[in-house]
Design a binder for this molecule. Structure first.
Ligand SMILES: [Zn+2]
Ligand SMILES: [Zn+2]
Length: 279
């Protein structure tokens, strides 16, 4: 089953658009952050995004990198950063060199190798922390952090004029706190549920759920993917406002996916789970 339409989901702070089916194509775009999450086969909506976070080198997630470079060149869009697991970065740089040679033109994108635990600055208020994802090849999950300014607690209730006066005198009136607004797993198996704490804390969690049906648990483990039973097993730990399931196997129809999620969903997760399928 191949989805023809894109998927769109409005969350509290941003809109997620994309398309995601296992072995076919996975990409998402969040315009408010200027990011693509994986790049699939290089669809038009991701070309204008200045930051592309690729989780791993499987073609359904990463084949679009050269096309992204070429399209940005054609559209005269400068730069473009493609983040990729550090283990694969040199090979991608060599691949891009080959494409430059084949096309007889240089590209402007930058391939950035990302290690586990690396923290990257996205813009003035957003940073991205890379995590280990457990998959068949080197893989990163990405956690997006937003800095928010709050009035210092001891100044709560004071008049605006008084606070302005303090600020004018050079007194620090705010404190910064960092909020995990999004965690994107990419492809992974249940290892990430066992080993990672941050996955449970982000406001929005985008987690792969390739398999759902009975009898497919063993297949999920063998190919290093998640089965819905894995998520259900850890149900009590999810503090996320929203959990978006992605990367369903193409063996399931939309109806089967929705029915299995409904049937298997533990009560503690009810109302917080969405599926990345076009309506
Ligand atoms: Zn995949
Ligand atoms: Zn994969």
């Amino acid at each position: 089953m191949i989805d023809k339409e894109y998927f769109t989901l409005q969350t509290e702070h941003f809109t997620i658009e994309g398309r995601s089916r296992a072995g076919h194509e996975t990409w998402f775009r969040i315009r408010e952050l200027g990011v693509a999450l994986d790049i699939g086969r290089g669809p038009d909506p991701v070309i204008s995004m200045p930051h592309v976070f690729v989780t791993h080198a499987h073609l359904d997630h990463a084949a679009g990198i050269p096309f992204y470079a070429g399209q940005r060149k054609l559209q005269r869009l400068a730069g473009g950063s493609v983040y990729i697991p550090a283990e694969a970065a040199d090979d991608y740089r060599a691949l891009m060199k080959l494409h430059e040679k084949l096309e007889g033109t240089p590209y402007d994108i930058e391939i950035v190798g990302v290690g586990e635990g690396d923290v990257l600055r996205l813009d003035r208020t957003h940073r991205v922390r890379a995590h280990r994802a457990t998959h068949r090849v080197a893989a990163r999950a990405y956690e997006f952090l937003e800095t928010r300014h709050h009035l210092k607690p001891e100044l709560a209730g004071r008049e605006g004029a008084e606070i302005a006066a303090l600020r004018q005198r050079g007194v620090e009136v705010t404190v910064d706190t960092e909020h995990p607004i999004l965690f994107y797993t990419g492809d992974t198996d249940r290892g990430i549920l066992e080993q990672n704490e941050a996955i449970y804390k982000a406001e929005v969690l985008m987690i792969e759920c390739s398999f759902l049906a009975d009898g497919h648990q063993e297949r999920a483990a063998r190919y290093r993917h998640i089965h819905f039973d894995d998520i259900a097993e850890f149900a009590d730990r999810f503090e996320n406002q929203l959990i978006l399931l992605t990367h369903f196997s193409r063996r399931y129809s939309h109806e089967e996916i929705r029915a299995e999620v409904r049937r298997r969903c533990p009560s503690v997760l009810r109302g917080r789970i969405e599926v990345a399928l076009p309506v």
